[in-house]
Write a protein that binds this ligand. Structure first.
Ligand code: SIN
Length: 528
C-alpha cells in the first residue's frame, strides 16, 4: 500500500532533518527525482551560520541577516531562526555531526560576506553539505520507518474534493505513473538555479516545487528576489562550480586582469561586501571587457582548507600555484517560494514547504551567506516537532483523489537552453522594464496554459513545462517590482522605494486562472 504518514519530496538538508525527527514515530516516504545526493545541500561548501561563539550574540546574527535582506522579510522569523539555530547546532554536535574543530577543541568558525563576526561552521573544510547529508543518511538508513524512493519525479500533487493535499503522483524512469498518499506532504525540493545557464545548483534543481504547489493552488511569493553568487569558477564562459565565499573570508581578493583589486573602493567591507554588490561589480568588470580572478595567494593551506575547490581546479587544469581562479557570477539562491507559516504549512491544507522552496520570510530580499543550511535545519526540525504532535490526526480525512479535468499538454515550442538564455538576458542581476516586458511576452507568446494535464508526457517535457511556469512567475514579479532591492538591480529604478517596503507580490490560482495579489510583511518589525 502506497500510503504513509508523511511524504517528503526532496533529499536536501531540510527534508533529511525533518525525516530524522519523524523517523522515531511516523512512517515516511522520501521521494527524489534523481539520487539522494543530488541536492544543493550536498554541494554546499560554505557552512552554517550560527552565533555559537562566546564573542557572538544571536542578536548580531539577526541584525546582519536583516541588513543583508535590505529591510524586506519577517523580522520575527529571523529572530526565531538565529535563536533556534544555535540550539539546533548544539543538538547536532551532541548527535555526532562532523563539524570542524580547532586544535584547542573549540569549533573552527569562518567569516563570510556581510557577517559582523566569524560564525560559519564547516565540515571537512569546504565539504559541509556532503558531510551533513551523509551524516543524516547514515542515521536514516537504520530506521525501519523511512522508505527512500529515488529516480521518480513528482509530477503533480494529489488533492481531494475539499482541495486538501493527500499525496503525490510520480513518474518513474520507465514512464509509469504511481500515486502515493499521506495526510501530510512536504515539499523540500530546493530552489530554481536551473532556470539560468550558469548556476551553482545541482543540475536537477529547476523550481519543480514551485510549479507543483502553484498548480495545486498554493500561494507563491517573493520570486523576484534571486541571488547571484559572485564567484563561480568559470572557464570559456561556462560555470564549472562554486568557489565559496569562505575563500574570501580566508583572505582571497578579487582582481581584474590588470591585477587591480576591484572591490577596494566599492564598499567598506571590500571583498566581503554583500553578495549582490560584489556580483554587480564583477559584472561591470566583465561587461567592460576585463577578466576577473579570485587571487588566492594570501590563503594559507588552500588545498587542505578547500579540498573540493582544489579538486575542481585541478580537474580543469587550473594551476593553484599561480593563485588566480577565473570567476564570474551565476544563479545561486531563490529567496522567494511557497508562502508558509511558522511551522511550514502552506495555504493548501496538508501541504508544507521547508528549505529553499519555501518563502519563510527569513532571507528578505537577499540571503545572508550560510543562512540556507541553517534555515533547512531549523524549519526541518520545527515541522518535525509539529507533525509529531499533530501528524496522526487524520480522522475524517478523505483520501479520494480528485483529478481536475484539464486538456493534455502535447509539446512545447522551445528548449530548456532557450529558456535559460532568455532568463539570463532579461531576468538576471541587472533588469529593466523593456527587457522584462519582452521576456514576459516571449513566455506568453506560446499561449501555454500552466494547468494542463501532464500524465502522458515524458519527464523532459514535464521538466521544461515546469521551468516555463516558474520562469513566467519570476518574470512577472520582477516586472512588477519597480525598485532595486536585494539580489538584483533595476537599471530603470535604481533606488529602493518606500512604497515597496515589506510588500510582497503573491501568485495564486483560482479555478485554473492565474491571479496576483499583494500583502505586507509586518512593517514595524524590521530595523533596516
Ligand atoms: C558559499 O560558500 O559561498 C555559499 C554559501 C551560501 O550561499 O550560503
Amino acid at each position: 500500500m502506497n500510503k504513509v504518514d508523511v511524504i517528503i519530496v526532496g533529499s536536501g538538508i531540510a527534508g533529511l532533518q525533518l525525516a530524522y525527527e519523524l523517523s522515531k514515530q511516523l512512517k515516511v516516504f522520501i521521494i527524489t527525482k534523481s539520487r539522494i545526493t543530488n541536492s544543493n545541500s550536498y554541494r554546499a561548501q560554505g557552512g552554517i551560520a550560527a552565533a555559537v561563539s562566546i564573542k557572538d550574540d544571536p542578536y548580531l546574527h539577526f541584525h546582519d541577516t536583516i541588513m543583508a535582506g535590505e529591510g524586506h522579510g519577517e523580522a520575527s522569523a529571523v529572530l526565531e531562526l538565529v535563536n533556534e539555530g544555535k540550539q539546533v547546532i548544539k543538538e547536532l554536535i551532541e548527535a555526532g555531526a562532523p563539524f570542524d574543530f580547532q586544535a584547542d577543541g573549540e569549533l573552527a568558525l569562518g567569516l563570510e560576506g556581510a557577517h559582523s563576526e566569524a560564525r560559519i561552521l564547516h565540515c571537512g573544510g569546504d565539504q559541509t553539505g556532503k558531510y551533513l547529508i551523509e551524516f543524516f543518511m547514515k542515521k536514516l538508513m537504520l530506521s525501519p520507518n523511512i522508505t527512500w524512493i529515488q529516480e521518480e519525479m513528482v509530477i503533480d500533487l494529489v488533492l481531494n474534493k475539499a482541495g486538501c493535499c493527500i499525496g503525490v503522483k510520480t513518474k518513474n524512469q520507465a514512464g509509469n505513473c504511481i500515486t502515493y498518499l499521506a495526510p501530510h506532504t512536504v515539499l523540500a525540493t530546493g530552489g530554481a538555479g536551473g532556470l539560468y545557464p550558469n548556476t551553482s545548483n545541482d543540475s536537477t534543481i529547476a523550481g519543480d516545487g514551485i510549479a507543483l504547489a502553484y498548480r495545486a493552488g498554493a500561494k507563491i511569493t517573493d520570486l523576484e528576489f534571486f541571488q547571484f553568487h559572485p564567484t563561480l569558477l568559470t572557464i570559456n564562459g561556462k560555470a564549472i562550480g562554486l568557489v565559496s565565499e569562505a575563500v574570501r573570508g580566508a583572505g582571497a581578493v578579487l582582481v581584474n586582469e590588470h591585477n587591480e583589486r576591484i572591490m577596494q573602493h566599492v564598499h567598506p567591507l571590500k571583498d566581503l561586501a554583500p553578495r549582490h554588490i560584489v556580483a554587480y561589480e564583477l559584472l561591470n568588470q566583465l561587461t567592460a571587457g576585463n577578466r576577473v580572478y579570485l587571487d588566492i595567494t594570501n590563503v594559507k593551506d588552500f588545498t587542505i582548507r578547500f579540498p573540493t575547490i582544489s579538486t575542481m581546479c585541478l580537474d580543469h587544469y587550473i594551476d593553484l600555484n599561480a593563485g588566480k581562479l577565473p570567476v564570474s557570477p551565476g544563479a545561486h539562491f531563490m529567496m522567494g517560494g511557497i508562502v508558509i507559516d511558522k511551522w511550514g504549512a502552506s495555504s493548501v491544507q496538508g501541504l508544507y514547504a521547508i528549505g529553499e522552496v519555501a518563502a519563510s520570510g527569513v532571507h528578505g530580499a537577499n540571503r545572508l551567506a550560510s543562512n540556507s543550511l541553517l534555515e533547512g535545519l531549523v524549519y526541518g526540525k520545527r515541522l518535525g516537532t509539529y507533525l509529531l504532535v499533530n501528524g496522526m490526526n487524520r480522522s475524517g480525512m478523505d483520501f479520494t483523489p480528485v483529478l481536475p479535468k484539464r486538456q493534455a499538454l502535447i509539446q512545447l515550442p522551445f528548449t530548456i537552453q532557450e529558456l535559460q538564455t532568455s532568463m539570463l538576458r532579461s531576468v538576471g542581476i541587472i533588469r529593466n522594464h523593456n527587457e522584462l516586458a519582452t521576456q514576459l511576452s516571449w513566455l506568453e507568446s506560446w499561449g501555454i496554459d500552466p494547468f494542463r494535464q501532464i500524465e502522458s508526457c515524458d519527464q523532459p517535457l514535464i521538466q521544461t513545462y515546469y521551468m516555463w511556469i516558474v520562469a513566467r512567475l519570476i518574470t512577472e514579479s520582477a516586472l512588477l517590482r519597480t525598485e532595486s532591492r536585494g539580489g538584483h538591480i533595476r537599471s530603470d529604478f535604481l533606488d529602493k522605494d518606500e512604497h515597496w517596503l515589506q510588500k510582497r507580490i503573491i501568485h495564486f490560482q483560482t479555478n485554473d486562472r492565474m491571479e496576483i495579489t499583494y500583502d505586507q510583511y509586518s512593517k514595524t518589525k524590521s530595523p533596516a
